[in-house]
Design a protein around this ligand. Structure first.
Ligand code: WT7
Length: 667
């Protein structure tokens, strides 16, 4: 907890810039689920006055239960333990598919898949059922059952959604690894999860470029003895190495004569794990966030409905990759639990040109469009002629997630994409929270650009100034949550005694869940998020631990040590700035930057590549040997006036700081 970022120096939206308040328009309010602040406030009050009653009612309303629960909630944030709907039996696949076959949605489009090449495929709920059942039966035929882990390393192909729901159907736990991660990152996650089966593809296809996924998987699998079977989706029909006895083709397996198109549901207990998703933290190893069955689905479903004001005729489009939590909750589970039509996009926003997303909006008649500030900023840069060339009149709700949205990006989104009549929902949440936590409701909440506004139902945030003291209105502090919410992380995978779980989330502020974010609450009770206060960099809305990048850099020959910090970046939000100390006698030649980029790409993936490499003689260290990161962050941000560095008296050698300032690369 020492040497944390000072929130007040974070790149953030200043409230004075936002005297501007935007009221939801009549267009958005018409026919909306929650159309006034009174309704929101009334429901919110109920949800915090009597959370158990509130959530029990929602659980009845939003989910199908095979067997009722015995106890709504059991929790402890000191010796962390969270249980929702204990004893209740349900199944996520049943809730996302089977019940819609009986409620009139059988022939409704569940997924619209838009390929990189601009082809689309539509899967109705009935088609989804058959696909999922067949794959579930294939998994069963390999002996996969309740509690087994299935690793998934797939690009954005429809089989990715089928695989998730197939696992859920038989009570298996999926662990999806983003297809942009490297072989080594995949290996680490498979080893940590103990997965028995891997589902992958021959290649990925993004922006016209092939990503050799199977080759990466093969490299990872050299050191993954737990994997017994590898199912390969043939995306590009290219020849890839297949290991006899281990590797099988997806399309051949699901077509096997012994594979039925029906698959019985494995009823799972409400708290049984649905999935593991690895995410970065302050320390080296990524954490395996474990999400539950019922609580997770309940909040993902309910927030999908209210935050996007999702109606039955709507077409909903989230641009995230399913390799991150946004895709889990808001491409697959939330929308499908709602019986919605969800668009899944394989490609990139700029291919073949910067009109691609607007082309999708027009062709599919998208009503809700959910994306990240980094995408907005990059499209904004491409010019207004792109959105202007498309019919965007179907849009009603625009969503933002991943980092604080800067006012300029917010305004552009609101005016150029929403044509001054759509609402922009700014949704704050995390991999750990599973679903939206702080967000406006599109037809109810007045919007202040750059503020995530107010808590979602049942969510009880608190901003802390120090361990036991709440921050005053208008003052920056640390964002914590006081009370459990249904879609909350339940524990970390492979964390005996809950040690790391407790240490990471429940130790800085006793009795509270600590988010790792800085925040401020204004006089209207609106929350303003100010970025991470731990050693996590938010690059294009993706969380990357500085420790992971440093470990990669340090493994490069010639590097003695390194320190990685974030710095404000126009498009990515935060960029990666790497300070490198070379070993004695090793030379920082012209090729160094390239070599370091390579080692990071191999260890983690291209997203973690440093934007700036700064070779220094020494890192500023305290007498106790800790790197003083706050100084490095300032220098990376272009602040070179030592007056602004705060107390330097604990440094071993202040001259080190001068040397770093003098050698700062200017580009
Ligand atoms: C971190 C969580 C949740 C899905 C995507 C990222 C930042 C996320 C917002 C927002 C300000 C935001 C926070 C948070 N963040 N949404 N609307 N406003 N900051 O999930 O990888 O777990 O990252 O993203 O810093 O802690 P994640």
């Amino acid at each position: 907890m020492s040497d944390q970022k000072n929130p007040s120096t974070q790149q953030s939206a200043k409230p004075e810039k936002t005297a501007m308040v935007y009221e939801p328009t009549e267009y958005v309010r018409q026919g909306s689920w929650i159309d006034s602040m009174e309704t929101y406030r009334d429901l919110y009050q109920q949800s915090v006055d009597n959370p158990e009653k509130f959530w029990a009612e929602q659980a009845e309303r939003f989910l199908y239960w095979k067997e009722p629960w015995d106890k709504v909630l059991d929790w402890d944030f000191n010796d962390p333990h969270i249980s929702w709907f204990a004893g209740g039996k349900t199944n996520v696949s049943y809730n996302c598919i089977d019940r819609h076959l009986k409620d009139g949605r059988r022939n409704k489009a569940a997924l619209i898949w838009e390929s990189d090449e601009r082809r689309s495929k539509v899967y109705t709920y009935q088609a989804l059922y058959t696909r999922v059942c067949r794959l579930a039966n294939v998994l069963k035929s390999y002996g996969v059952g309740k509690g087994d882990v299935v690793a998934i390393y797939l690009p954005m192909v429809p089989e990715l959604a089928f695989a998730m729901l197939a696992c859920a159907r038989i009570g298996a736990i999926h662990a999806i690894v983003f297809s942009g991660f490297s072989a080594q990152a995949l290996r680490d996650r498979i080893q940590a999860s103990g997965a028995k089966v891997l589902i992958t593809a021959d290649n990925g296809m993004r922006g016209g470029r092939l990503n050799p996924i199977k080759a990466q998987a093969d490299e990872a699998l050299l050191e993954c003895p737990s994997i017994q079977k590898v199912i390969v989706v043939s995306r590009t029909q290219q020849q890839v190495d297949m290991e006899p006895g281990r590797d099988v083709y997806y399309h051949e397996e699901v077509a096997r004569k012994d594979i039925s198109r029906h698959c019985d549901i494995e009823w799972t207990e409400a708290n049984d794990p649905l999935f593991i998703l690895y995410t970065s933290g302050s320390t080296g190893k990524p954490k395996g966030i474990v999400h539950s069955t019922a609580g997770y689905l309940l909040q993902a479903s309910m927030s999908s409905k209210y935050v996007f004001d999702l109606h039955d005729d709507d077409v909903y489009f989230c641009t995230a990759d399913i390799g991150w939590v946004t895709g889990h909750s808001y491409i697959v589970y939330g929308p499908l639990a709602q019986g919605a039509t969800s668009v899944m996009f394989e490609g990139v926003p700029t291919y073949p040109d910067a009109g691609r997303l607007w082309d999708i909006v027009e062709r599919h008649g998208v009503n809700q469009f959910y994306t990240a500030p980094t995408a907005i900023r990059s499209l904004m840069r491409s010019g207004n002629e792109f959105p202007a060339a498309y019919d965007l009149s179907s849009l009603r709700v625009l969503g933002s997630v991943g980092e604080p949205i800067n006012p300029a990006a917010w305004e552009w989104f609101y005016h150029e994409i929403g044509h001054d009549r759509c609402s922009v929902v700014d949704t704050w949440w995390q991999t750990e929270t599973g679903a939206h936590m702080i967000t406006n409701l599109p037809a109810a909440t007045p919007m202040k650009p750059s503020s995530a506004t107010l808590p979602f139902f049942g969510v009880q945030p608190i901003v802390m100034e120090s361990e036991h003291k709440e921050a005053a209105t208008g003052e920056d502090g640390r964002l914590c949550i006081k009370f459990p919410w249904p879609s909350m992380v339940r524990h970390l995978w492979d964390d005996p005694g809950n040690t790391r779980f407790k240490e990471t989330y429940f130790s800085a502020f006793p009795g509270l869940y600590f988010s790792g974010d800085a925040a401020m609450v204004d006089e209207d009770g609106y929350y303003w998020l100010k970025g991470r206060v731990d050693d996590v960099i938010n690059v294009s809305g993706h969380r990357i631990g500085t420790a992971e990048i440093e470990a990669a850099l340090n493994s490069s020959p010639g590097v003695a040590e390194s320190a990685v910090v974030g710095f404000p970046h126009e498009i990515k939000g935060e960029g990666i700035y790497a300070y490198i100390v070379m070993k004695h006698g090793a030379e920082a030649d012209e090729d160094l930057e390239h070599r370091l980029a390579g080692v990071v790409r191999r260890n983690i993936g291209p997203i973690a590549k440093p934007d700036v490499v700064h070779v220094v003689n020494e890192l500023p260290k305290t007498r106790s040997g800790k790197i003083m990161r706050r100084i490095l962050r300032k220098i990376a941000a272009g602040i070179t006036d030592k007056e602004q560095f705060g107390d330097l008296s604990t440094l071993v050698d202040e001259d080190v700081v001068d040397e770093i300032i003098e050698t700062r690369p200017t580009k």
